[in-house]
Design a protein around this ligand. Structure first.
Ligand SMILES: Nc1nc2c(ncn2[C@@H]2O[C@H](COP(=O)(O)OP(=O)(O)O)[C@@H](O)[C@H]2O)c(=O)[nH]1
Ligand SMILES: [Mg+2]
Length: 272
């Protein structure tokens, strides 16, 4: 488990970046680096607005702690996150997660998610945007209700009582199920969080995560940052992707059920 030692970073936070030059609060990422075991891995997803140069200049100030992984062409958030997480696992990460470049989830909250992962023995911690007394969750009513419809559908698709699958801040302990879940490209560009959770819970050849391995931590602060790339068309696309993920998960569950009732052994169907 990560401690605040002086060895190589054991906690890697992947930050997908696509044309973020105008809203990348780079200095704020320094708050994550207060823990000497944390590395921030910026994945530049083929940006064309100078994002890569900004990231490189920032990373130059924090050797080995701030790292840039440039992708030659734009492949979408899901694939950028997957490339970053695979890179982190190859570097020996014990914990790997992701965070939106606009820091809608502030760094202190990410450190709180990390503390929850370490304290509770969870295998995955998901930031959750729940409006509660004492918390500051700022997003427009439209985005809130659109998000709630999506998240409810995602929860049904996963057959998991998860409140918020789409918050951009999540952490996972490294394990064979995680490596397998990341082994092949996501089909979804935006609904990949749901696809990832589905894969984690039913990997092909490893012990999957159970609901009891995952905790959602209500964030104390989260604010929607202007300049979102998730417009109405992408929202529609995400809804279509979610339907595809739901159908594949359903088929995989059906196959497992058949295996169980057929020859009595547990099936190894994959949610693809
Ligand atoms: N890699 C990659 N990341 C993207 C792309 N579009 C958005 N992102 C990243 O996804 C994160 C969230 O994007 P944002 O536009 O703020 O969406 P929202 O907050 O979900 O409305 C940010 O880190 C973006 O840089 C894309 O095409 N490729
Ligand atoms: Mg955003």
């Amino acid at each position: 488990m990560p401690g605040a030692g002086t060895g190589p970073p054991s906690v890697w936070v992947v930050v997908p970046c696509y044309n973020e030059a105008r809203r990348l609060p780079l200095h704020e990422f320094e708050s994550l680096l207060v823990r000497s075991d944390v590395a921030v891995l910026f994945v530049d997803d083929g940006s064309r607005d100078g994002t890569l140069e900004l990231l490189r200049a920032f990373a130059g100030r924090f050797p080995r702690r701030a790292v840039v992984l440039p992708l030659a062409a734009n492949r979408g958030k899901g694939e950028a996150v997957r490339a970053g997480m695979l890179h982190a696992l190859a570097e020996g990460a014990a914990v790997v997660g992701y965070l939106d470049a606009d820091l809608a989830t502030p760094p202190e909250e990410v450190l709180r998610l990390l503390a929850a992962l370490e304290a509770g023995g969870w295998r995955a911690v998901l930031g959750s945007r729940v409006r509660l007394l004492g918390s500051e969750i700022r997003r427009s009513a439209l985005r809130h209700y659109r998000g709630r419809v999506f998240a409810t559908a995602a929860s049904l698709a996963l057959d998991l009582p998860v409140y918020d699958t789409q918050c951009g801040a999540k952490l996972f302990r490294s394990c064979p199920a995680l490596a397998q879940a990341l082994a092949s490209p996501f089909r979804a560009r935006w609904a990949f969080d749901v696809e990832l959770l589905g894969r984690l819970m039913a990997p092909a050849r490893a012990e999957g995560l159970r609901a009891a391995d995952i905790v959602e931590v209500p964030l104390l602060r989260w604010s929607d940052v202007r300049g979102s790339k998730l417009g109405s068309w992408q929202m529609l696309r995400a809804a279509g992707e979610l339907l595809g993920v739901a159908l594949r998960l359903r088929r995989a569950r059906g196959r497992r059920e058949k295996d169980r009732t057929g020859d009595g052994t547990l099936g190894a169907a994959r949610p693809r």
